[in-house]
Design a protein around this ligand. Structure first.
Ligand SMILES: NC(=O)c1ccc[n+]([C@@H]2O[C@H](COP(=O)([O-])OP(=O)(O)OC[C@H]3O[C@@H](n4cnc5c(N)ncnc54)[C@H](OP(=O)(O)O)[C@@H]3O)[C@@H](O)[C@H]2O)c1
Length: 290
């Protein structure tokens, strides 16, 4: 299947790119295509006649989104609506990514796809609006909610990823404080990529949660990063109240991959195993070949 990938140099996009062979993939960066330029989107998509369009592009600087509701909605909702409509006109499968931040975090157990979203920040609202546009406009879609992404390319939108940020602080000898009252499931993009391809090939369209298994707080995630890297920096737990951010975050945003399991798709790894794999991949990239 000919697949057009939007956001090809992003964190998830870079790992998806490795999964597809060159002759089946059309990788597009923002320099190639701005999804907010509707005329260009229509021209590019029609010009390439893809069987599948994968959109990893997003405006996801969560704190910035609070003061930039228009841009959030433009990239995360209106451009997504336009992509879905164009896919519908062409008959292409549309694959789009959403977030655990569509939930309010008040649950006491992992959220399934059957739970009602209730975002608590502008980013989450814009991503939920994008989901709704896709789901109501066009049947042949995959809307995939992911969480706490990290990959060797680093997040383009955020400038880095959490693992790299922690390792850098440790190397600089900084005191490190990390919130211990927000629980999620960090997810390695390299673990996601082949499973996304496999899911799309099933043509079992719909809404999917797709994160690693298990859960941890950001503080526990940081502790595991240092433990697995053999580092012992000065790390302390803190609270969301003490660590002010413009955007509120859900206290608990663990996702249950219920729909994925119901179709017997290949299971996601546990977050700690995936972290170990990431640190290995990172090490092999940093070690020059002999
Ligand atoms: N990162 C996380 O922790 C996380 C958590 C939950 C959900 N998600 C979702 O997962 C998806 C992938 O995230 P990611 O971490 O891989 O993001 P990323 O590394 O920031 O990659 C996003 C890509 O989209 C491109 N892009 C941004 N605006 C664009 C536009 N208007 N037109 C075309 N391309 C544009 C970016 O290009 P430039 O950098 O050149 O602008 C970048 O290459 C997103 O939908 C995000 O909302 C991410």
């Amino acid at each position: 299947m000919k697949t057009l990938l939007i956001g090809a140099d992003g964190q998830l996009g870079s790992d998806l790119r490795k999964i597809y062979s060159a002759d089946e993939l059309i990788p597009l960066t923002r320099g190639d295509l701005d999804i907010c330029d509707y005329a260009e989107v229509s021209r590019t998509l029609r010009g390439n006649t893809p069987d599948v369009v994968i959109n990893t592009a997003a405006y996801h600087r969560v704190d910035e989104c609070e003061g930039n509701a228009e841009r959030s909605l433009a990239v995360n909702a209106l451009a997504v609506r336009n992509l879905a409509l164009t896919c519908k006109q062409m008959g292409s499968i549309f694959v789009h990514f959403s977030t655990d931040y569509v939930f309010d975090g008040e649950a006491l157990r992992p959220y399934t796809e059957r739970d009602t979203p209730r975002p608590v920040n502008a980013y989450g609202i814009s991503k939920l609006a994008g989901e709704h546009f896709v789901r109501y406009l066009y049947d042949r879609h995959f809307v995939i909610r992911v969480s706490g992404l990290y990959g060797v390319a680093g997040s383009r939108g955020k400038g880095t990823n959490f693992v790299e940020m922690m390792l850098k602080k440790a190397q600089e000898g900084q005191d490190i404080r990390v919130v211990n009252d927000q629980t999620l499931t960090p997810t390695y993009t390299r673990a996601l990529a082949p499973r996304i391809k496999a899911l799309v090939e099933t043509k079992r369209y719909g809404l999917y949660h797709m994160t690693c298994e298990g859960e941890c707080s950001w503080y526990e995630f940081a502790s595991a990063i240092f433990e697995l890297s053999g580092l012992r920096p000065n790390l302390w737990p803190t609270t969301s109240a003490a660590f002010y951010t413009p955007a509120k975050r859900p206290r608990y945003s663990v996702l249950e991959n219920e729909n994925l399991k119901s179709i017997s798709a290949p299971p996601m790894p546990f977050w700690r195993d995936a972290l170990r794999d990431y640190l290995e991949e990172r090490k092999s990239r940093l070690t020059p070949a002999q």
